[in-house]
Design a protein around this ligand. Structure first.
Ligand SMILES: C[S@@+](CC[C@H](N)C(=O)[O-])C[C@H]1O[C@@H](n2cnc3c(N)ncnc32)[C@H](O)[C@@H]1O
Length: 230
């Protein structure tokens, strides 16, 4: 059976309301992080500007509590949720989601080639947090003790995988998404990414024979996702 790819160019907060209850096996998404407001200072290496704000879309306040009801309603009882988030938002996710699910854990994605730390006064920003949520009886493809650490290490998304036009500042490597999808879903399952950017989760689903629903508000990113996935 060929997997179904349903791509929607719209606001996720509206579209989630239209998704059928108990219809999604895995919600795997990478939401805005709201860290632009913490990194407005430009950093220069010679004339080259580094480490400025991430993107316009990251400046609007992102409220995880607005997703609780829809995520709970559309997820199947044996489904899983994985969300990339940031240090400043993880407390909010815990506050609103922990009480709604049996388990709240986190994974760390360690990037082996992060942006260098120019002034050498802080750590390199080499880790991303991924929160993981499920209820008892959830689908779980345990690989082996060695491969089930809540830690994954890869380089950041680089050329030729990394798109140059449009360039998405937070494009995720497909290998990281595939690792999660293999553990938390099965072939022919439905995976949802309501903040899909340039569609990396969709590519991972296509490679692994999962059906995919992807939502993205930005027209350019959506066009790029469609071109990559369909
Ligand atoms: C962190 S990025 C996701 C990047 C993605 N993982 C990839 O590999 O391309 C978050 C995305 O959410 C989109 N976004 C922000 N608000 C949205 C909304 N209300 N509805 C749908 N998409 C939204 C942004 O345009 C951005 O592309």
């Amino acid at each position: 059976m060929k997997e179904k790819m349903n791509l929607i160019n719209a606001d996720a907060f509206d579209e989630l309301k239209k998704i059928k209850s108990n219809s999604v096996d895995l919600i795997l998404t990478d939401v805005p992080y709201n860290i632009s407001n913490y990194s407005k200072t430009d950093v220069f290496i010679g004339n080259r500007k580094l480490n400025t704000k991430i993107a316009e879309w990251d400046e609007n306040y992102f409220d995880p509590s607005l997703l609780v009801d829809d995520f709970k309603r559309i997820l199947k009882p044996d489904g899983n949720i994985f969300v990339f988030t940031s240090y400043n938002q993880i407390g909010l996710w815990h506050k609103f989601f922990d009480k709604e699910f049996d388990t709240f854990q986190f994974m760390v994605w360690h990037k082996t080639n992060p942006t260098p730390c120019v002034y050498k006064k802080t750590f390199l920003n080499s880790c991303e947090l991924i929160i993981c949520l499920w209820n008892k009886g959830h689908k779980w493809n345990f690989i082996s003790q060695e491969k089930m650490h809540n830690f994954i290490e890869t380089p950041i998304c680089e050329y030729p995988e990394r798109l140059t036009n449009p360039k998405h500042p937070t494009q995720k490597p497909v290998s990281v998404l595939e690792h999660i999808i293999k553990i938390a879903s099965n072939e022919n399952d439905v995976v949802l990414d309501p903040f899909m950017g340039v569609g990396s989760t969709g590519i991972a689903c296509k490679n692994l024979k999962r059906n995919f629903i992807g939502i993205e508000i930005n027209k350019e990113y959506f066009k790029a996702a469609k071109k990559r996935i369909l």
